[in-house]
Design a protein around this ligand. Structure first.
Ligand SMILES: Cc1cc2nc3c(=O)[nH]c(=O)nc-3n(C[C@H](O)[C@H](O)[C@H](O)COP(=O)(O)O)c2cc1C
Length: 173
């Protein structure tokens, strides 16, 4: 059975929740899946066939612990099937879409386009302090869960190691 690792950070919880649901989805696809916050990970990456790294974008940047994780493990990540996703709101705004598409590169510089994704996240004013709430409201940000699960699952399907897909096809025939 192929092994997947999902490494994430999260401030208000939506990236953590997305990572967890990605893990559940990958399990339904037959992958043994491990989930960890970047700041908690202190083991080897060797056993994993697929490594997914995810971060929210806050004030234009991914979480520092994710960037540090990617830097620390860059040589092994380059040898593995590695995929990165950013969670943000800008991807849903036509004027900011181009900038949003550059967010995964702020986590890891060089990955094939198919292994990078930018997903719309969640805005819940109850999870942030009053100052940020006022700032975001002034910027016209509206509350909502903007995640598109069909899009997220389609991306996961595209990054599942091909040998896993072949294994599953044999099982179903
Ligand atoms: C203080 C703050 C700043 C944010 N800055 C950005 C930003 O610069 N660009 C963007 O696209 N989204 C921005 N967002 C939206 C977040 O990326 C989005 O809410 C995401 O789902 C948060 O993930 P989390 O719940 O895992 O922390 C910001 C959200 C907050 C609360």
């Amino acid at each position: 059975m192929k092994k997947a690792l999902i490494i994430y950070e999260s401030q208000a919880g939506s990236t953590a929740d997305t990572a967890q649901k990605m893990g559940t989805y990958l399990k339904t696809k037959g992958l043994e899946t491990t989930l960890s916050k970047a700041s908690d990970w202190n083991k080897s990456l060797d056993p994993f066939d697929l490594i997914i790294i995810g971060s929210p974008i806050i004030m234009g940047s991914p979480e520092k612990s994710i960037v540090d994780f990617a830097k620390k493990h860059q040589s092994i990540l380059a040898q593995k099937e590695t995929a990165v996703f950013a969670i943000c709101l800008a991807i849903n705004e036509p004027a900011k879409k181009e900038e949003a598409l550059s967010y995964p590169k702020k986590i890891i510089e060089s990955l094939p386009a198919s292994h990078q994704a930018v997903f719309a996240g969640v805005m819940n004013f109850n999870t942030i302090n009053w100052f940020k709430k006022i700032m975001l409201k002034c910027m016209g940000v509206k509350e909502g869960d903007y995640r598109n699960w069909n899009e997220i699952h389609a991306w996961l399907d595209s990054i599942i190691p091909q040998s896993q897909v072949v294994e599953d096809d044999h099982k179903s025939t």
